[in-house]
Design a protein around this ligand. Structure first.
Ligand code: S3P
Length: 172
């Protein structure tokens, strides 16, 4: 079975679904933000604040190269990762890429309730997050939509993904 790569905007549920899939398939779960935090010994927020966004994007790209040697994993890719350099093409070579699509409204209300610190959101309120998300999604759409599959909200579950990828329950 191929590696499975989940992409999409912040708050779309990549990590939660990724962990469930990994458990079901007995695959490793990899989260790009967590890996970068381990390598640098800094939080994503600290990296953004001390070295800036471009430096973080370079770290993401370098991290992608390290995945070439791995197999049998579910990757949750940071929201911006597919949208810089030729990362989306690299992701598509590493495995089957699924875009977890949600509307700006759904995303902003989830983000408003999320505890994860996200440097791009700073101290924006819900309304500001909504407009920011709308604008960013417009910019990022062309990258996200290059995924092998685009999944609507109701398809964001293990069962749906297994059916989509033709993974038999009996094989798992
Ligand atoms: C970012 C998304 C974050 C993290 C960083 C930047 C983005 O990951 O990589 O804060 O540009 O959308 P999540 O999508 O896991 O929140």
């Amino acid at each position: 079975m191929p590696n499975i790569i989940l992409i999409g905007y912040m708050g779309c549920g990549k990590s939660t679904l990724g962990k469930k899939l990994a458990k079901k398939l007995s695959y490793d779960f990899i989260d790009s933000d967590m890996e970068i935090e381990k390598i640098t010994n800094q939080t994503v927020n600290e990296i953004f604040n001390s070295k800036g966004e471009i430096f973080f994007r370079e770290l993401e790209s370098a991290f992608l190269l390290s995945l070439k040697k791995k197999n049998n994993y579910i990757l949750s890719a940071g929201g911006g990762l597919p949208c810089f350099f030729d990362n989306i093409e690299k992701l598509k070579k590493l495995g089957t890429v699924l875009y977890l699509k949600l509307s700006p409204f759904e995303l902003s209300s989830r983000l408003n309730h999320s505890k994860k610190i996200r440097p791009l959101l700073g101290d924006k309120n819900e309304e500001e997050i909504y407009y920011f998300t709308k604008e960013k999604l417009n910019e990022r759409k062309e990258f996200y939509e290059k995924a092998h599959y685009i999944l609507k909200g109701k398809q964001h579950n293990v069962q749906c993904i297994m059916e989509l990828l033709g993974i038999e329950i009996s094989n798992v």
